[in-house]
Design a protein. Structure first.
Length: 187
């Protein structure tokens, strides 16, 4: 279901949504998707599921296209959130949303060849974190909404994760003393 936030009560950690069918439904902040809590504001468009007795409470509340904020609202930086991926053959496209307070959500995509992960022995689960790092660095300098995760980016990411290995010289390694050999008694 879709609707707009009609009332937001920070003290009670909840609010009320006016659904597109005209009904009003209450929600608790715990029913809002974690990455959307910071985007809650009166007038914001949300999707939700109904739960509870007679369907009177909203769950799985998700903020959609941002409603303009008042001019006197404090300015907040943009937020990026990972929203999934698509894959065709060996190319994976990681999808992100960039939210600027008071503006519409922009969809961003980072593509990469999965062969790079295999070649450098990087678990595929690290893909979203690498893409997020790339976006945080590149978005400020480029206006594009499509990016590619290259081998250079992957190697840079791996270099940042390396932990120095402590080396030992041969002299520093202690060895246990040799065992005494039992004397044989041949008479």
């Amino acid at each position: 279901m879709m609707g707009r936030i009609k009332l937001l009560n920070v003290g009670n950690a909840g609010g009320v949504i006016k659904a597109e069918n005209g009904y009003t439904v209450s929600f608790e902040v715990s029913a809002v998707l974690a990455y959307d809590v910071a985007c809650l504001a009166v007038g914001r468009l949300v999707s939700f599921d109904l739960e509870g007795r007679h369907g009177t409470s909203a769950v799985n509340v998700c903020v959609h296209g941002l409603h303009p904020l008042p001019a006197d609202a404090p300015k907040r930086p943009a937020s990026l959130r990972y929203v999934g991926f698509d894959q065709a053959k060996g190319i994976r496209s990681y999808k992100f949303e960039r939210n600027w307070p008071g503006e519409d959500t922009e969809n961003m995509v980072v593509t990469t060849d999965l062969e790079l992960f295999t070649r450098h022995r990087v678990p595929i689960q690290e893909g979203p974190a690498m893409c997020l790092r790339l976006l945080e660095e590149e978005v400020a300098t480029h206006g594009a909404l499509r990016f590619s995760l290259t081998e250079k980016d992957l190697i840079g990411y791996l270099a940042g994760r390396l932990i120095p290995v402590r080396t030992f010289s041969r002299r520093a390694v202690r060895r246990s003393p040799p065992r005494p050999v039992a004397a044989s008694s041949h008479a």
